[in-house]
Design a protein around this ligand. Structure first.
Ligand code: GLU
Length: 455
């Protein structure tokens, strides 16, 4: 069995997206699992841009991937681009050729399709028949004289490859049931498989955590790693995120891209918690930090069924995340948004936020001059309440003492008491506790608004 014998004490994880679109929540699941497992183990977290497909890869997407990861809070320790490492893949390909593990094949796509049709018609699996292996030098020279260029296939060992998957448990694949995979295209460019194996070996990757759409590649990659004289990493294949209707997410279609979620005002921590926790046996709950989320990561809780995920959940979790965030977790963001009031303000409003941007609205309400909203029938009541305002300094007891006096002085209670006060002070029907708002606003402002003046 190919179990990792990696002796290095420092595990090495990598996230290897191809820069062909914006990252979506499903990609974030892969990125976060790798980043957080690395973080927890004190390991290295690599971003590897799989950009050998030059036609589809774009620099803008590569940059966006870096920015989106930074937004999530998982900036990589180091970034590599495969397009800058082609020489390494050439060396590996030459070694495999010299060892007879990489052989030229000349069939066109139409010829291959015809073979597959015939196999299916005979009830056989559509596995490549290795006809190209039987070609001798003369036959090859004839084909090349016709103008054909070879693509290159890896000759599988036709054996049972086993690995202990971090999510799925012991796995085995008989590679005699697989077609020899094409590693190099006719034009000399590499498909994803060989560069990935070469890089995992060369970068000392100890753990590959990726989507289960790659399970079928794993046996092949283990064989290639062995053929290159290396030790394959450990593998763990997580389930993929799907929408409530079962539809998968697509990077190219921009489904639930991290940028769209960020622009909507979703919290990075909420997106991260959703990406990591849906489709596991763990409850989807807010976290205060990525370190806390890292403690929750447990590959064995990942379900084998697709991870059904409702985009609405992210909004709900954003609100719940904000409600629990301590001041120290947001003070920089508050300062950047020009929001003052310190911990008193934050702790006053956080429970009423749907998105962080709502905090700015409450800050405007609390800290800029505006007239109290006063219904004519409440004017006398509010004037009496104003007259009963306790002198400063104010503290946690002030509001209670004031309300006792106002109730006794005006005979009002319940909604008739609180609603006009809230409207006069905030102009809103609902919001944070008045007791706390009072402390944020201070006496002069409260007094002015109760009197219908700008303050
Ligand atoms: N570039 C591949 C992808 O985005 C990487 C798969 C892997 O992690 O090995 O699916």
């Amino acid at each position: 069995m190919v179990m990792s014998q990696h002796s290095s004490s420092r595990p090495v994880f990598r996230f290897a997206p191809s820069p062909t679109g914006f990252l979506h929540v499903g990609n974030a699941r892969t990125a976060l699992l790798n980043a957080l497992l690395a973080r927890r183990a004190g390991g290295l977290f690599i971003l590897r841009l799989d950009d050998t497909d030059l036609a589809r890869s774009r620099v803008e997407y590569a940059e966006a991937i870096g920015a989106d990861m930074a937004w999530l809070g998982i900036a990589p320790d180091v970034t590599y681009r495969q397009s800058a490492r082609l020489a390494l893949y050439d060396v590996a390909a030459e070694k495999l050729k010299a060892d007879g593990r990489l052989y030229p094949a000349y069939e066109t796509e139409e010829e291959l399709e015809r073979k597959r049709r015939l196999q299916r018609a005979r009830g056989l699996p559509p596995v490549y028949d290795r006809a190209a292996l039987a070609l001798d030098d003369v036959a090859r020279a004839r084909l090349e004289a016709e103008g054909r260029k070879p693509h290159w296939r890896f000759r599988l060992a036709h054996k049972v490859v086993e690995w202990d998957d971090g999510v799925r448990g012991p796995q085995h694949v008989d590679t005699s049931n697989l077609s020899d995979p094409v590693l190099v295209r006719e034009d000399g460019s590499f498909l994803y498989t060989l560069p990935s194996v070469v890089d995992d070996l060369e970068m000392g990757v100890t753990d590959v955590v990726r989507g289960e759409d790659h399970v079928t590649n794993t046996a092949v990659q283990i064989e290639i790693a062995e053929a290159l004289g290396g030790q394959a990493p450990r593998f763990a294949h997580h389930n993929l995120l799907v929408l409530p209707n079962g539809e998968g997410l697509s990077k190219r279609l921009g489904h639930l891209s991290l940028r769209a979620l960020r622009d909507e005002g979703q919290e990075a921590l909420a997106v991260a918690a959703t990406a990591v926790l849906v489709g596991t046996s763990q409850a989807l709950q807010p976290v205060e930090s990525l370190d806390e989320l890292a403690q929750r990561v447990d590959l064995s809780t990942i379900s084998r069924a697709p991870a059904r995920f409702d985009p609405e959940e992210v909004a709900g979790l954003t609100a719940r995340t904000l409600h629990g965030l301590p001041f120290y977790a947001v003070d920089m963001r508050l300062a950047e948004a020009g929001i003052g009031g310190g911990a008193t303000f934050w702790e006053t409003v956080r429970g009423n936020l749907s998105t962080f941007a709502d905090a700015a609205e409450w800050w405007t309400i609390c800290a800029t001059a505006r007239k109290g909203v006063i219904a004519p029938e409440d004017a006398d009541f509010l004037a009496q309440a104003a007259a009963l305002l306790p002198p400063e300094p104010w503290d946690e007891e002030t509001y209670g003492a004031w309300m006792t006096a106002v109730k006794a002085g005006t005979g009002r209670k319940g909604r008739a008491l609180f609603h006009p006060l809230r409207l006069a002070l905030t102009g809103r029907e609902a919001g944070p506790e008045l007791a706390r708002l009072l402390l944020v606003m201070g006496r002069a402002r409260v007094l002015a608004r109760l009197q219908g003046q700008a303050g």
